[in-house]
Each structure stands twice: as C-alpha cells, then as structure tokens.
Ligand binder design. Sequence first.
Ligand SMILES: [Zn+2]
Ligand SMILES: [Zn+2]
Length: 461
Amino acid sequence: MSCEDPSSARMIRSPKHLQKGTCIKCKTSKGKITIRHAVYCKECFFSFIRLKFRRGLEPYINADPLSSRTKLKASGNLTLALSGGMGSVALLDLIYSTYLTDTSPVGRMHRQKIWPQVYIVFVDLSAVYPEKDEMRDLGTQIQSLKQRYPEVEMISARIESVFDRDWWTSTGGSNVDSSSVDLKDSDLPFSSSLLHDDPVASFQKYLSSLPTSTSITASIDLFIRAILVHLASWTRSSHLLMGTSLTSLSVGLINCVSQGGGYHVHEEQEEVLDGIRIIRPLRDTSAKEVAYYAWWSGLDVPGRQRPTTLSGIKEQTRAFIFGLDRHYPSTVSAITKTCAKVEAKSSSEIVAQQCRLCRRPIQDGIDAWKHRIAIRERSATLEENPHFEASSSSLGRHLCYPCHTTLSSPNSRTSMATSNTILNLPVWTSLTPRSSSLVSNSDPISAPIPQAIEEFLLPAE
Ligand SMILES: [Zn+2]
Ligand SMILES: [Zn+2]
C-alpha cells in the first residue's frame, strides 16, 4: 500500500461467482445465488434460510431457556409486527409455513403447543402524510394478506392512537395520563393538563414541533414500538417478532449510536418489555437473502409506508448501509457482531431509572454529564407561560439522552416556531414512576380475546 496513492488502499470488490459453480451444500445442483462468496442452489438456499430463522427464534421461545426439556412451549400468544416491508412479509411466511401448516416440517400439532394464537399488528401511518393516497392504499393491500394466511388474526392501529386515551383504555391500557410539555426550555417543563383532546391534531402538532427531521423519524419509530408492545400485551402475547433483517439491524444500530443512544445498543437488538420478549428472528439474514426468499416464494410485498423524501440521520444511514451491503456484505454483518459484544457500563447496585418516553433505561449520572458538556439556554418559559404555573416540573430529568435530544436539540426550526412550543405528550408519559406493566392486571380482558378485539380486527375478504 502506498501513502501517496489513496486509491491503492481501497478494498478490491469481490468477484461475482453467481451461476459459475455448483452448490456448496448438495454439490450436485447448479448454483443460483451467491451469499458471501458461497454458491447455493435454490433448494439448499431455502433450507439455509429456514435454519437461520429457527436458530434466531427457537432458543428464545421457552420461558426458561436453560430448561432441559426439548419441547418448545411459549407462555403466551405470538404477535408479529407487519410493516408491509420485505422483512416482515417474509417473516410472516416463515412463521406460517414452519409452525402453522400441516405440510410444515414441524406440523400442526407442534404449533398448538407453542403459541395458542398468532396475531399480526399493522400500524397505519397515513396520519404522518395525510396528503399521500398511496399511504391509505397500503392498509387494503395488507388486508389481502389475510387470504394467504387465514389462521392468523390481523389487528390494525393508527399511529395517532398514542394520543388517544379512549383507544388506549379500550385496549386494556392502565396508567393513562393527560400531560403536555413546553419545548422552549431545554429542561422541558411538564404540565399535567392537555391543550386539547383531538388525537390527530395532537399527533400532527407533536411532529411539526420537533426540532429536526431526525427527531421526527425517531419519534415515529418510538410510537410504532409503543403501540406494538401495548397490543402484544393486550393480546396476552409472550413474544413480539419483528422482521428486521441483518442489514436493517445494522442500520438501526448505527442510527441508535449516532443519535446518542449508545447506552441502548443492547435494547436495539433484543429487549423485554412488560414481560414480552421482542425478537428479530431474521437478524442473521441479509436484506438480499430476504429479497430472494420473498421473490422465489412468490410473496406479495405491499411495501413499507415510508416515503423516501425524509432526510434525517436514519435515512442517510440506511442509504449508506444498503449500498455497503451490495459489495461488502461482511462489513455489514461485522457491525451487528461488534455491537452484540458491547455492554453498557452501569453500576449493578442501582436499578436504572426508566425513560418516561421510550421506557428504556437511563444512564446513571447522565444529568450531571449533560449539564457539564451541553450548550444550554435558560429561557423565561416558566414566568411567561401561565399554563405551566401551578404544576410545572422538569420532564428532562426523566428522559434518556436520545429522547431528550429528540425533543430539545436547538436549531433553526425551533427558533422559527418559538411562539407555539407546547405540545401534548403520548398517553403513557408521566412524571411518577410506572409499574412494570402498562396494561392493567387488575382488569384483564373478561371476554375471550377474539370478541374483545373484534372492533379492531380487519374483516376477512
Ligand atoms: Zn444445493
Ligand atoms: Zn428515552
């Protein structure tokens, strides 16, 4: 390598082996796909994908993974998050063909013993972009999946439901609060009263008041996750599955770290909330493998409900990582492998405080650190605004670093809209500490689950 010529330091692109050799597994059939320099035929590719999928899911099914019994048995139902993207559609097909059909390798009897019921949750994002008609059409396309997978129950929820106290209570939510916050002060003065009661208006006001386009994407992701966990809890699920591929997981991890969420690298990969395990069974399968699985299986992929026009950190990370995945797939998998080894530094004696917005742990001593390094402004919000006079206190102290940055990072957008910076908070936000579960234990769904959720189920075609 020469110091003068920087081009000589570049990695040499791997040669394409596609269709040049025989399959590495069966050694007889002609290769159809190259996965990280290894050639596979179609049949061996499918068994390879199934193997990785089961390896990413089955060790987490039993409540006690160390139990000596080999039978798979979950302690509750299964909820699957469906965005309409390639990963979630492929995951639904893998779940269905592996555990829910008679022709599957493990068969119907096996399924009965794993999860009593399988639910699919689709979060409708049309309130984010009300002017786009294609956002509304996606809901109809998702419904058509019901024909292909008749044994699963589909539940749809609207993204603005995070501000809808009636919806939250009717789906088993407890600890539902009315609260608002003023973004003008970086301490985020908190008030336990609402500006108004319309969920759509609250949601749109929330997004339009955020300081950056990065924080808009981060908030939408946070709301989707909250709705998924809430509905998984309501349907008495023990597992919540996401169709995140290896490539998407790498995007999520880099995005998390670049927004100051290094402390949450573990939670970004797997976490337990309200007793529900959030698992990504495709975390070892690259986006290319998922795409070939969907294409060769003839799956109808409606597409994700996200426009490509947003220009936040996540969209840019996504463009970069997906580009990297095309020529250097090993580098992308190195990101997840490295992050899997990272452990957050924390003192084991103190139980970490939970962020009141994202419900992830707050790093110990973060407040002192923020005061020491961050550029902060003191404004006269409290004196100026009578809305916060009586019950105001700071929400900032109860937020994790990325959530605090999401709401308070100063830039031109905030200074433009200084006149109206008060917004309603999602229904679960409160200054008082929460019990571990947001779904009421004292008032479980008395009717059998299908009747209780009938109102929210998508009709069968
Ligand atoms: Zn083969
Ligand atoms: Zn947070």
